[in-house]
Design a protein around this ligand. Structure first.
Ligand code: ATP
Length: 304
């Protein structure tokens, strides 16, 4: 059974359709990336599924129970960092943990949790939150979200504003927690990061889900391409088109040619040489998440 399931969820703000028949699920122990351009409806969907916002129609089921606006029993097993837990400037990390544990009927062992999330180290100690870096606050936020022993943690842009070292640390923390069986639903603009982290992707645009897949399947949908840079890319494009190949100009001053039978780097090189073009660079590869995502969004004619 899915841990979280959205079934045909819709939400309008006035006449604006922010969520339009949204359905997707999060399976136990999976890290799911919720991806979409600005204004796509990611935060709205996250707020609906945590009971922070009313939705107009459809169902949201979490851990076997319907999610309704206002607190429900189910929500105690959902940790969310959408609306940040208040961080009090004069509290230490331990003060925060004690304070939020009081709120819970069955809190996780605080010392254990502080160790697990790395907020028990010398950097934290007696230091007050007003002196924490963004990365430290993010760790503390995750630790607070875990106090209620959640089965699902929802993170809206968890890597925002973090330096590369903190991004790495938060990534390994999430992976470690997922291995312990906690599911994550994460929205992020840092697609490289999601590519490394997420098991599944859900793509939303203009309030509609346009794709649900495992990250592996989503990336492998993308066809391999020969990426070639020559002394005259317009001429190279013409050569490729005359050969009947599927080719286009790429963003990065390259000609991109889809690999298919008889079309590979060697064949491209041969054609370029025949046309007396200097090949400056040639490589074969698949697009990354960002490139493939842009392609999917434009395919649907909904690119924002
Ligand atoms: N309370 C609100 N009242 C009116 N419109 C809203 C409200 N909240 C969100 N919207 C609109 O709904 C749409 C979806 O917003 P949402 O914040 O869910 O997008 P998002 O995918 O999270 O975007 P971003 O990546 O920019 O955070 C936007 O057009 C936004 O302006």
């Amino acid at each position: 059974m899915s841990l979280l399931e959205l079934r045909h969820v819709s939400k309008k703000f006035g006449s604006y359709q922010a969520l339009d028949d949204v359905s997707f699920s999060v399976e136990p122990g999976r890290i799911v990336g919720l991806i979409g351009p600005n204004g796509a409806g990611k935060s709205t969907a996250m707020r609906a599924m945590t009971g922070l916002m009313r939705f107009d129609s459809g169902d949201i089921i979490f851990d076997g129970q319907p999610v309704k606006f206002s607190k429900t029993k189910a929500l105690s097993k959902m940790g969310n960092l959408i609306e940040y837990p208040s961080i009090y400037p004069n509290f230490t990390a331990l003060d925060h943990m004690k304070y939020y544990a009081m709120d819970s009927d069955d809190p996780e062992d605080i010392q254990e949790l502080m160790k697990l999330t790395g907020i028990d180290g010398p950097n934290f100690g007696k230091r007050k939150a007003k002196h924490f870096s963004l990365g430290m606050k993010q760790r503390l936020g995750i630790a607070i979200a875990l106090i209620r022993k959640p089965k699902l943690v929802i993170l809206d842009e968890p890597m925002n504003g973090l330096d590369p070292q903190s991004v790495r640390e938060i990534r390994s923390l999430i992976q470690e927690l997922a291995q312990k069986g906690i599911s994550f639903l994460i929205s992020s603009h840092l697609l490289d990061e999601l590519q490394r982290l997420a098991d599944d992707v859900v793509i939303i645009n203009k309030g509609k889900i346009i794709r649900r897949a495992t990250m592996k399947d989503f990336l492998s949908e993308d066809k391999a391409e020969v990426k070639v840079k020559t002394s005259d890319n317009q001429a190279m494009l013409k050569v490729a088109e005359e050969a009947g190949w599927n080719a286009k100009l790429g963003d990065n001053d390259q000609v991109l040619i889809t690999v298919e039978e008889g079309v590979n780097a060697q064949a491209v090189l041969a054609k370029a040489t025949e046309a007396k073009l200097d090949v400056l660079d040639i490589q074969t590869g698949t697009a990354n998440l960002e490139e493939h995502l842009l392609e999917v969004l434009s395919e649907k004619g909904t690119r924002a």
